[in-house]
Design a protein around this ligand. Structure first.
Ligand SMILES: [Zn+2]
Length: 357
């Protein structure tokens, strides 16, 4: 177990604000489909976690300070996100017949001169996104901020020694968001914000168990020797985000060996996953991590509509139990998971494993 004193309650950080961010559509290889990243995902997780006998629901009682935010994101991205929600409000007021507006990038500046021109325009969205699946509506900025504040608040509790285990019910998720870009339902990188908050405790690790590689987190810490990034995910040659998550990505010139990608074949199940998890945890231990941020995606489960993996429910208990053997403080940050109701029972299994392992 994560060495909690008996009867210690585990704080679960939650905000209602995420519900106002609810884009209608996404795009999959040219097809327009309903947005997978829906509010019910987090509501299901909240209901299951608050039903556990050892949890207490907490609000985001802290706002991410600029010193943390701007050490993982460029200020231009943050300014853009704020302005984009204002633009969505203005455009919606002008065209009420269109319903709710979600600004979606549609012009991508591949060359520097294109970027310079687009940045000066009324819609620079393509300068801050690598795909079309992180659209921005009137209330998106509020939800993005609230999500980041949950991760920050959870990390502050651990940093201050108030608890050794905390769960942040973040939505929108964050691990695809990089220093200066959004993408894949992600806007600000909640796990990176939590990790940066924990730096006063010494060096640590982020373990990303989402089905998709966390390209944004990898890039944020690429040159850092104080934050190890380890990810277990689907083969990027076949699966989103396609451009990152390969085994030869081991960290930048300043930090070789501080990035570990463990891609698994499409269709992988419990046996392959257990082996990769053992490798991940041994690396985290060998690096002497003092704390762990767990990017917890549940789109690895057999029910998930976006996934080829076939993990059983009991795997999530196993993951929690194995991580607890590290005996270091853990901040769990909710990432993906699109079998909507499964977010509840799997988050409960994971947290129970972490608590009681
Ligand atoms: Zn995912």
């Amino acid at each position: 177990m994560v060495d909690l004193p008996p009867n210690t309650m585990v704080p679960v950080y939650y905000s209602t604000i995420h519900q106002f961010h609810n884009p209608p559509h996404e795009h999959d290889r040219g097809f327009q489909i309903p947005y997978h990243e829906v509010p019910r995902r987090i509501e299901a997780a909240k209901e299951a976690l608050e039903g556990l006998p050892f949890t207490c629901l907490e609000p985001a009682n802290q706002s991410v300070p600029d010193s943390i935010l701007f050490s993982v994101h460029q200020s231009a991205l943050v300014a853009y996100l704020k302005q984009a929600s204002r633009n969505a409000a203005a455009w919606q007021a002008e065209h009420p017949e269109q319903g709710e507006v979600y600004i979606t990038p549609w012009i991508y500046p591949l060359k520097p001169h294109m970027r310079q021109g687009l940045l000066k325009s009324s819609d620079p969205s393509g300068c801050f996104a690598f795909d079309v699946d992180a659209p921005i509506g009137i209330h998106s900025w509020e939800a993005i901020q609230a999500s980041a504040n949950l991760a920050y608040s959870a990390a502050v509790g651990v940093r201050n020694g108030e608890t050794r285990l905390a769960y942040a019910l973040c939505r929108p998720p964050g691990h695809h968001a990089g220093p200066d870009y959004t993408g894949g339902y992600c806007y600000l990188n909640n796990a990176a914000i939590a990790a940066q908050t924990l730096i006063p405790l010494g060096s640590g690790a982020i373990l990303d168990i989402d089905y998709h590689h966390g390209n944004g987190t990898q890039e944020i810490f690429w040159q850092r020797k104080d934050v190890l990034y380890v990810s277990i995910h689907a083969d990027p040659n076949e699966e989103y985000p396609l451009f990152a998550g390969y085994t030869d990505e081991i960290g930048g010139e300043d930090a070789p060996g501080w990035n570990l990608n463990l891609p698994l074949q499409m269709g992988s199940g419990d046996a392959a996953y257990k082996e990769a998890l053992d490798t991940a945890l041994k690396t985290i231990q060998d690096k002497g991590a003092n704390w762990l941020v767990l990017s917890a995606g549940f789109d690895t489960c057999a029910d998930d509509p976006t996934s080829s993996f076939t993990l059983s429910d009991s795997m999530y208990s196993h993951i929690g139990e194995k991580i607890s053997e590290l005996n270091i403080p853990v901040v769990v940050v909710h990432e993906g998971g699109y079998a909507v109701e499964a977010n509840g029972r799997l988050a409960a299994r994971l947290l129970t494993g972490l608590r009681n392992g």
